[in-house]
Write a protein that binds this ligand. Structure first.
Ligand code: N1C
Length: 263
C-alpha cells in the first residue's frame, strides 16, 4: 500500500476508468436528450447514470454479464427508423463522418447509449464501491468478459436486433481482416439481425486513399460474410469504394490521385 493512498485496486493491463467518467456520461446524456434528439427529452439522465454505475460498481470487472446492463438498457430504449442503420468494422471514423453528414442515418454511437459511452473506459472492483481509475482489464491480456467489452457486445446486440429495413456496413478494405469473424460486427451484429425485418445488408468495402494491397468485394473473406447472411435469409450486396464515402475521404485529401477522377 503506497503511502497516502487510502486503499489500492487490483492492477490490470488496460486503461483505467476515464477521469470524470460519471460527469462525462451525465453531460453527454443531457446533450443527447435535450439538444441532439429532443424527442428523448423525457429520459431521466440522473437515473440512467445511476443504472450505468450500478452495472459495474462493487463487481469483479472480469465477470461482467449482459444482465448487469439490463436496467441501463431498459432506461435507454430508442426507436431507429427503418433503413437508417449503419454498422462498421475497423472503419469507425469514416462511418461516423458519414452519419454526421447524413443526419438521418445512425451508427450505434448516434444512439443515446453509444453516444454516452463512446471512447470511454470504466471498471470497478469487487472489494470497493469506487471506480478504478488506475487500470481496467485488457480484453486480451486480462479477460474477455470485462465491463467494457460486455457493454459493447450487449448494446451492439440490441442495436442489431432492433434494426429494420436495409442495413449498411462500412468495412475497411485496407485492413487484413476486412471481415473479421471475431469482431463485434462479425460475432454479434450479423447473427442478431432479424431476417423478417431486415431484407438486405449492403456492404461498402472502402480502401484508404493510401491503400496498400487490400480486400475487395471479390475477396473470399467477403464471400464468407455473404454466405453467413444468405444462410440467415438476408440478401447481401457489396460495393467497393462507395462514392458517397469516397467523397468524404477526398474532402480530407482533395489532391490525391484517386480524388481527381471521382467527380
Ligand atoms: O468489433 P467491431 O469493430 O466490428 O465493432 C463495431 C461494430 C459497429 O457496427 C458498432 O455497432 O460494433 C458496434 N460497436 C461500437 O459501436 C463501438 N464503439 C466503440 C462495437 N464496438 C465499439 N467500440 C469500441 O471499439 C469497443 O471497445 C470495441 O472493442 C472496439 C471495436 O472496434 P472494431 O474492432 O473496429
Amino acid at each position: 500500500l503506497k503511502l497516502g493512498q487510502a486503499h489500492t485496486h487490483k492492477e490490470w493491463n488496460g486503461t483505467g476508468t476515464t477521469p470524470h467518467f460519471s460527469d462525462i456520461i451525465l453531460g453527454r446524456c443531457y446533450t443527447y436528450t435535450q439538444i441532439e434528439q429532443p424527442e428523448l427529452s423525457q429520459k431521466d439522465c440522473q437515473e440512467i447514470v445511476k443504472a450505468f454505475q450500478n452495472a459495474f460498481l462493487s463487481k469483479d470487472p472480469c465477470s461482467s454479464r449482459e444482465k448487469d446492463y439490463q436496467p441501463l438498457l431498459n432506461l435507454t430504449s430508442q426507436t431507429i427508423p427503418c433503413g437508417k442503420v449503419v454498422f462498421w468494422s475497423k472503419a469507425g471514423e469514416l462511418a461516423h463522418q458519414y452519419t454526421r453528414v447524413q443526419r438521418e442515418m445512425f451508427t450505434l454511437e448516434d444512439t443515446l447509449l453509444g453516444y454516452m459511452a463512446d471512447g470511454l473506459s470504466w471498471c470497478g472492483d469487487a472489494g470497493s464501491s469506487d471506480m478504478n481509475y488506475q487500470s481496467c482489464p485488457h480484453p486480451r491480456k486480462d479477460c474477455r468478459n470485462n465491463t467494457v467489452s460486455v457493454f459493447w457486445d450487449t448494446v451492439s446486440k440490441r442495436f442489431a436486433k432492433s434494426a429494420c429495413g436495409t442495413v449498411q456496413v462500412v468495412l475497411n478494405g485496407s485492413y487484413s481482416n476486412t471481415f473479421d469473424k471475431n469482431s463485434t460486427f462479425g460475432r454479434v451484429e450479423i447473427y442478431n439481425l432479424r431476417p423478417e425485418k431486415v431484407p438486405t445488408l449492403q456492404a461498402w468495402v472502402m480502401r484508404d486513399l493510401e491503400g496498400l494491397p487490400s480486400h475487395t468485394c471479390s475477396s473470399s473473406l467477403i464471400n464468407d460474410l455473404k454466405l453467413i447472411l444468405e444462410e440467415r435469409k438476408i440478401a447481401f450486396t457489396c460495393q467497393d469504394d462507395y462514392r458517397p464515402l469516397r467523397l468524404l475521404q477526398c474532402v480530407r485529401n482533395p489532391e490525391h490521385q484517386s480524388c481527381r477522377s471521382v467527380m
